[in-house]
Design a protein around this ligand. Structure first.
Ligand SMILES: [Zn+2]
Length: 208
């Protein structure tokens, strides 16, 4: 039997039939021939789209971490709650382990992920750095499961609901920045699969 590389195979999520992945030329979407479930889409202008989206995601991340996510009134004084403030407070209160884990999961890893993503897309658009991009794509695959910024948003919302009874709260600029960041981040990690980026890598540097 002919051996097919695993990344050229795709399994239908409905009926579990294995299909060989082909490059879509005329059609936009590939369907399962057993149950007509959608298998995958063709991404038009993926290189430009992913570059633009990752840049936008990086900008929203910078916005989300630079300004107040919420402003809280305690005893007549308004406090700005920023993302770095959360870690500083955890460390000040001597929650070192929690502080370290939290800062990695909701700050360091998402930041690394998006910075590497932007860099990868920039190099691919410039058609340079074949080996560097290959290594960075492997790094992205390792970081992906640890990118948990969505969980942070949920914790913030839970904390806000609890606080609303006690203090006056206003949403800051960064709250909307954070929401925009999380939505874009989910799109980048869920709608554009790593396999698509590998295909793009293959295509980009093969033509050289
Ligand atoms: Zn199927």
């Amino acid at each position: 039997m002919e051996e097919i590389p695993l990344d050229k195979l795709i399994i239908c999520s409905e009926c579990h039939t294995v299909h060989r992945k082909i490059r879509l030329k005329d059609a936009k979407t590939a369907y399962c021939n057993e149950c007509e479930n959608i298998l995958y889409h063709r991404h038009d202008n993926l290189k430009e789209k992913a570059f633009a989206l990752s840049l936008a995601t990086l900008i929203t991340f910078l916005t989300a971490s630079s300004f107040a996510i919420v402003k809280i009134e305690i005893n007549g004084v308004w406090h700005d709650l920023t993302l770095p403030f959360v870690f500083v407070t955890l460390f000040k209160e001597e929650f070192f382990v929690v502080g370290l884990i939290v800062s990695f999961l909701i700050f360091v890893i998402p930041m690394l992920y998006i910075v590497i993503y932007v860099f990868v897309m920039m190099l691919m658009n410039l058609k340079t750095g074949r080996e560097t991009v290959r290594k960075l794509l492997v790094t992205l695959a390792m970081l992906r499961p640890w990118n948990m910024i969505e969980i942070f948003l949920i914790s913030i919302l839970v904390a806000l609901v609890k606080l609303i009874g006690y203090a006056q709260i206003e949403f800051g600029v960064s709250f909307w920045g954070l929401i925009a960041f999380i939505l874009l981040d989910i799109y980048l990690t869920k709608a554009i699969r790593l396999a698509d980026l590998w295909d793009l890598w293959d295509e980009t540097y093969r033509q050289k």
